[in-house]
Design a protein around this ligand. Structure first.
Ligand code: GLC
Ligand code: CA
Length: 553
């Protein structure tokens, strides 16, 4: 039985980002207000009431900065502006003000690893070797034979080095060649990027989701990556040549922790006014290594994002092992978090099916740690098929047919059953196709159906909000249950809740006589609220329950 410490109710004031739920908005796909087929800031404003009704606490908005949109906003050409596609700074200020009025926090996507090749910094940098901003990016001479300086590969295929014929050097790009990497070893870059943080915090932003957070510090000697002797052929995503190397030198250099300590200090000064949060995008599955980004003194990121649930096989024992490994890796101060889907990963409903997606939602919202909920998962949206002529994602364009494209999980939000699903006017052409199931799978229809996925998500969020044991409590898993079940207790003070999840389609019988009687508060089937004798708990196929236990003595 794994037991992980409870926060002491006496001495801990819960912070919003610890007990709250974060909702990710992919702005292009959320709500188009001006009718050009692309979601925008006024669309988000129009849906703030929906988000508060739903019961989330914060929105993380994927990038909205001016951008040539090679990578739909992750290629930033101005870190302190808003792309006209999305609106302007005044609309952004309104969004923040209105969000705050209704108690929603706003988290910005912060993209420190690279800029667009159209960013003025890069235009200057590439203009000549003598330019004062030359060293703001990573420029290196070719090898004697003219080839790139080392064997590093871009994540989306090909070399990570692009030749610049004018100045006769290569520049580094961890992703697309239109997204050159910044040189964080240059103090002027760090200062300029910290100014960006100040700019948004001064505007009232509550937190940062740091894009590609592991990448900003590379090996200063630019050593070749060694070959990967055992590429994981079972990995849920196969990245082609990129998998043939061990990525020892092109990311995660130890100096990165110094940068995050400094960034944390900057955040902490702002937190004196109101608590700010730094989340980091970390694709690390060695949990000890991952946990280092919290800082050994809890002085780096508040939460390196945890993608453990995304790639694993959906079995009770595997999920439980993951949760326990994550818990075991954390220092007492460090607060966990879980991601089920996002704009880079196949949607959970597509990965595990609609029935188990309800288990996934209950799991996400009852584990110890901050949940991140991807827009559309609350109504069970699926990945869509993207016909070749509609492909937008640069990853798919660079490496076609390998199943790496991310358009399928970025389809427009399904608001109602009108043409274009209420995402944009019927006359507009949405930037990505609307899912074929939108007439059934949409917010309006599910609002009227008390057994819908939306009803489930809404109820779970409501219960979670009202229950400190779920939002803040300790986690203890329960042994001796059927192998397809994952059962755990959350406790805060004397309040206890038991969560029992059936990861299979067949009925399961759980016997916990020592637990006595309880009360089923909610089932994923949304059809029972009743007293229960835990000596004999029957779960139907694909059923999960939250059960109130008597207060501990
Ligand atoms: C991160 C983002 C992804 C983007 C990439 C490059 O992985 O989540 O969407 O393409 O960084 O910025
Ligand atoms: Ca629009």
């Amino acid at each position: 039985m794994g037991c992980f410490t409870e926060n002491n109710p006496q001495n801990q004031q819960a912070l919003w980002w610890k007990q709250g739920v974060i909702y990710q908005v992919y702005p292009r796909s959320f709500k188009d207000d001006n009718g050009d087929g692309i979601g925008d800031l006024s669309g988000i404003i129009a849906k703030l009431n929906y988000l508060t009704w739903l019961g989330v606490d914060a929105i993380w908005i994927s990038p909205i900065y001016p951008s040539p949109m090679v990578d739909f906003g992750y290629d930033v050409s101005d870190f302190t502006g808003i792309d006209p596609i999305f609106g302007d700074l005044a609309t952004f200020d309104t969004l923040v003000a209105q969000s705050h009025q209704i108690g929603l926090k706003v988290i910005m996507d912060y993209v420190p690893n690279h800029t667009s090749d159209r960013h003025p910094w890069f235009l200057e940098s590439r203009s000549s070797r003598q330019n004062p901003k030359r060293d703001w990016y990573v420029w290196v001479d070719p090898k004697a034979d003219g080839s790139p300086p080392n064997n590093w590969l871009g994540s989306w295929g090909g070399s990570a080095w692009e030749w610049d014929a004018t100045t006769r050097q290569y520049y580094l790009h961890s992703y697309h060649k239109a997204m050159p990497d910044l040189n964080w070893r240059n103090p002027a870059v760090k200062e300029a990027m910290f100014d960006v943080v100040r700019f948004w915090f001064d505007r009232g932003v509550d937190g940062l989701r740091i894009d590609s957070a592991q990448r900003i510090m590379k090996d200063p000697h630019l050593r070749d990556n060694p070959p990967n002797p055992t590429p994981d052929v079972t990995a849920y995503k196969r990245l082609g040549d990129y998998d043939s190397q061990l990525h020892l030198y092109d990311k995660g250099h130890a100096d990165i922790h110094t940068v995050y300590r400094e960034l944390r200090q900057l955040l902490d000064t702002y937190s004196l006014q109101s608590p700010r949060v730094a989340l980091g995008e970390m694709h690390i599955f060695d949990w000890q290594e991952w946990a280092r980004y919290y800082g050994t003194q809890h002085d780096e990121l508040h939460m390196p994002l945890n993608f453990g649930l995304v790639g694993i096989s959906w079995k009770a024992s595997v999920v439980r092992r993951l949760v326990e490994a994550v818990e075991a890796a954390l220092l007492p101060e460090a607060w966990p978090n879980y991601v089920l889907s996002n704009h880079d990963e196949p949607r959970v409903t597509t990965r595990i099916g609609s029935r188990q997606a309800r288990i996934g939602m209950m799991l996400l919202l009852t584990l110890r740690g901050t949940p991140t909920l991807y827009y559309g998962d609350e109504i069970g949206m699926h990945n869509i098929e993207i016909p070749p002529q509609y492909v937008q994602d640069p990853w798919e364009k660079n490496m076609p047919g390998m199943g790496l494209g991310r358009d399928p999980e970025r389809s427009p939000m399904q608001w109602d059953s009108s043409p274009n699903a209420g995402f944009c006017p019927p006359t507009a052409e949405p930037w990505l196709p609307i899912a074929g199931d939108y007439k059934q799978v949409n917010v309006a229809t599910q609002c009227d159906d008390r057994h819908s996925m939306l009803a489930l998500t809404h109820s779970l969020l409501k219960i979670r909000r009202a229950t400190p044991a779920l939002a803040r409590g300790s986690y203890t898993s329960i042994e001796g249950v059927p192998q397809d079940c994952f059962v755990y207790v959350r406790q805060f003070g004397r309040q206890r809740r038991l969560i029992a999840l059936n990861f299979s389609g067949s009925e399961q019988h759980i016997q916990l006589p020592e637990m006595g009687n309880g009360f089923v508060l909610i089932s994923t089937h949304l059809d029972r609220e009743e007293p229960i004798d835990l000596a004999s708990l029957h779960l139907r196929g694909d059923e999960g329950c939250i059960i109130e236990l008597p207060d501990s003595i």
